[in-house]
Ligand binder design. Structure first.
Ligand code: ATP
Length: 321
């Protein structure tokens, strides 16, 4: 990461879905963090904890229920239509499933060219050259331009998705579990491509993942989410060396160690019980029902999200500054 200039500031962000007359699903519930220009911020947590909803709200695909997303100094949820279109050029998303995220009836050239056309960036020969250049940038070749998505492997499709995102030259990309659906052997190739693109183009990533194993290699800082809340937020180094929240500690203990001897003696921290429903969730710390350290206060009061040491934020009643 080159600078520590803030690109995006997320302040007390809430995204609640009204499920019925009396039920609200708090997918993102009072989350605050920032993203520096040129960094990769990892967002981790179990399935359903609100990572995708957070990513989509941060890039303006969902209206926020409450709170602010400040991009380069301006609240994106206050944009008028012209500003929304301008912003859509700066922020892109790469989806988890390279099989369903590409229109099977469109050629690769048209998939990549769609954003170029929407934003009237290039026309004719220039457009064609741009698409060839993008294909080569992501490790495909110009002959692929007239083929259809089903003619490609999962890894290649994800490369097409990356080329599509790059086509309008964004500054910020939400990478929503871009490697989860790929074979392990292909995952590292796609991650390396994303890292190389970031280095060359100065891109900023919000990289979403459900476990902490791959996120270590790509993220400068990591936020750990649990049931819509951010429970810990710090540098990758801090998180792996000194996790403070019991949930982070459990997630880290679940990462398999390649050495079988070490794996055998490793202490896994189990998380008791089922993840509670995010609908009409009870007061207090959302992790309380599964935390073996839970105290009376945990079921009553939401712990503050405090900076316990430089660049290390945590939300837990056990941890004081
Ligand atoms: N449009 C929607 N309407 C209602 N509920 C939604 C909607 N989108 C997401 N949710 C709910 O919000 C919660 C958070 O979902 P989200 O997809 O953001 O989680 P996630 O952490 O990204 O999970 P996964 O890793 O499975 O993608 C879930 O309970 C989900 O069912």
């Amino acid at each position: 990461m080159a600078t520590k200039e803030v690109l995006i500031e997320v302040k007390n962000l809430k995204k609640h879905f009204k499920i019925s007359k009396n039920s609200v699903l708090k997918a993102v519930d009072n989350v605050s963090f920032n993203i520096y220009k040129g960094e990769t911020l990892g967002l981790v947590g179990e399935s359903g904890c609100g990572k995708t909803t957070c990513g989509k709200t941060v890039m303006g695909l969902y209206e926020a229920t409450e709170g602010e997303v400040i991009y380069d100094g301006v609240n994106i949820h206050k944009f008028n239509n012209r500003e929304k279109k301008e912003f859509a050029k700066k922020a892109q998303i790469i989806f988890q499933d390279p099989y369903s995220s590409l229109n099977p009836r469109m050629t690769v050239g048209d998939i990549i060219g769609e954003g170029i056309d929407i934003h009237s960036l290039y026309k004719g020969k220039e457009r064609e050259e741009k698409i060839f250049e993008l294909l080569e940038t992501v490790g495909l070749n110009r002959e692929h331009v007239s083929r259809f998505p089903h003619e490609f492997s999962g890894g290649q499709r994800q490369r097409i998705g990356i080329a599509r995102a790059l086509a309008i030259e964004p500054d910020f990309i939400v990478c929503d579990e871009p490697i989860s659906a790929l074979d392990v052997s292909i995952q590292a190739q796609v991650v390396n491509l994303l890292i190389e693109l970031q280095r060359k183009r100065g891109l900023t990533y919000l990289f979403i993942a459900h476990d902490l194993s791959m996120i270590k290699h790509i993220s400068d800082r990591v936020g750990v989410m649990y049931l819509g809340s951010m429970v810990e937020f710090t540098t990758s180094e801090n998180l792996y060396k000194k996790p403070l929240h019991p949930y982070t500690q459990a997630l880290l203990s679940a990462i398999p160690i390649p050495d079988p001897k070490e794996e055998k003696v490793k202490k896994r921290i189990p998380i008791d019980g089922e993840i509670p429903s995010p609908i009409n969730s009870p007061p207090g710390c959302k992790f309380a029902s599964r935390c073996k350290h839970a105290m009376e206060i945990c079921t009553k009061e939401v712990p503050e999200f405090i900076e316990v040491e430089k660049e290390h934020f945590v939300s837990c009643h056990m941890i004081r500054k």
